[in-house]
Ligand binder design. Structure first.
Ligand SMILES: Nc1ncnc2c1ncn2[C@@H]1O[C@H](COP(=O)(O)OP(=O)(O)OP(=O)(O)O)[C@@H](O)[C@H]1O
Ligand SMILES: [Mg+2]
Length: 352
């Protein structure tokens, strides 16, 4: 996390196609937490491109609308960033105290960051000493300042106060930990959104592989546009209404199959990295989230191409859900897209 300020907050996942917000209660008391509020809203295409806030006014309006529609009154929010503007790396440095590392992190980080060190916000977490050495492992997080500032300005425009700026893959890991109470099994968490995919492979509770790539559901839209010559919004409609006059079911199936095969190749690469580092281990489960997790063809292909069990994540599994407030079939439907936002909503100031 890049910085924190206050308690009580709303988790706000600002995606390139949809913004999701969630508020959770009962986290402190040690009893089962409760989902208090959840909302999702579409944002205009092109408002966010490759993690850059291109049209802050339009996004701020959408956030205000989201807060109004779903009656969010809390102004403190936790948001996350992802994509190529954030770098998360496990580094190895000489053992020192946290205070000392604060002093020297800039110098230590320089060699690992492909951007000018002056242009990034740095944060770190000490993971622990290496046995029998004077060195320790540190998780380094570097985010481009202009991206972070873009988010802060956007939130201020929406009259919100950013308390936590997290990383997508961490938020995903967080909601997984809460819901699935991991033991010693290896799990791959994969969020496929509209324009980016976040991969996080966990060995027990530790992340051993983390990468974001520019793959997502928009690839399907783009192929539909290329084939039928329609607008992006029409492509989105065509994608969901399979019996349209504008595309044959065979053509649509071929498009979806080509795109999801591309995703599977990237996922295989990540899994191979894991297996080359831990040859005796096995990834038992792949948990999918994001809109792409809804695509059955993708889940089927991934299951046949890997030895793992492929499922969509249930970010509400460990939560009390008021049946009068939330329709269970609706929650099931939006569950994959809600994962990151639920991970953010469970953040508290004393987290690290
Ligand atoms: N059942 C489904 N079948 C196919 N595509 C789907 C389905 N449900 C959602 N999607 C697609 O998922 C995308 C939205 O997913 P999500 O909300 O995870 O994206 P996002 O968070 O806005 O994007 P990103 O994280 O990449 O910026 C849209 O492109 C939408 O068309
Ligand atoms: Mg997303």
């Amino acid at each position: 996390m890049l910085f924190t300020k206050k308690n009580h907050l709303v988790g706000l996942d600002i995606g390139s196609r949809t913004i999701k917000a969630a508020e959770i209660g009962g986290l402190k008391k040690g009893d089962k937490p409760t989902l208090k509020k959840f909302g999702i809203i579409d944002i205009p295409r092109g408002a966010i491109e490759e993690g850059n806030i291109k049209k802050p006014e339009e996004i701020a309006d959408a956030i205000k609308q989201l807060f109004k529609t779903y009656d969010f009154r809390e102004h403190n929010v936790a948001v996350s960033i992802g994509g190529y503007s954030v770098i998360v790396k496990k580094i190895n440095v000489q053992s020192m105290t946290e205070e000392q590392l604060h002093e020297t992190i800039q110098f230590e980080a320089e060699q690992y960051i492909p951007f000018d060190i002056k242009d990034v916000n740095l944060d770190f977490q000490i993971l622990g000493d290496n046995e029998n050495t004077q060195r320790m492992n540190v998780l380094l997080v570097a985010a481009k300042k202009e991206i972070v500032e873009g988010y802060i300005n956007l939130l201020e425009m929406a009259n919100l106060s950013p308390c936590i700026i997290d990383v997508d893959a961490f938020a995903l890991q967080n909601i997984f930990n809460i819901n699935y109470k991991p033991k010693n099994d290896n799990v791959a968490l994969i969020d496929i959104g509209a324009s980016k995919t976040s991969l996080n492979i966990l060995k027990g509770e530790d992340s051993v592989f983390m990468r974001d790539v520019s793959l997502g559901c928009d690839q399907i839209n783009q192929k539909i546009i290329n084939l039928v010559g329609c607008t992006n919004d029409e492509a989105e409609q065509i994608k969901f209404s399979e019996d349209t006059d504008r595309i044959s079911p065979e053509d649509l199936l071929e498009i979806v199959t080509t795109v999801v095969a591309d995703w599977c190749i990237e996922i295989q690469r990540a899994l191979e990295f894991f297996y080359s580092t831990y040859p005796d281990d096995e990834i038992m489960t792949i948990l999918l989230s994001g809109g792409g997790g809804n695509i059955k063809k993708f889940r089927q292909l991934l299951a046949t191409e890997t030895t793992a069990k492929v499922e969509t994540i249930d970010p509400f599994k460990a939560f009390n859900l008021d049946k009068n407030k939330f329709d269970s079939s609706y929650l099931k439907q939006i569950a994959p897209q809600a994962a990151i936002c639920m991970g953010l909503a469970t953040r508290r100031v004393d987290d690290k």
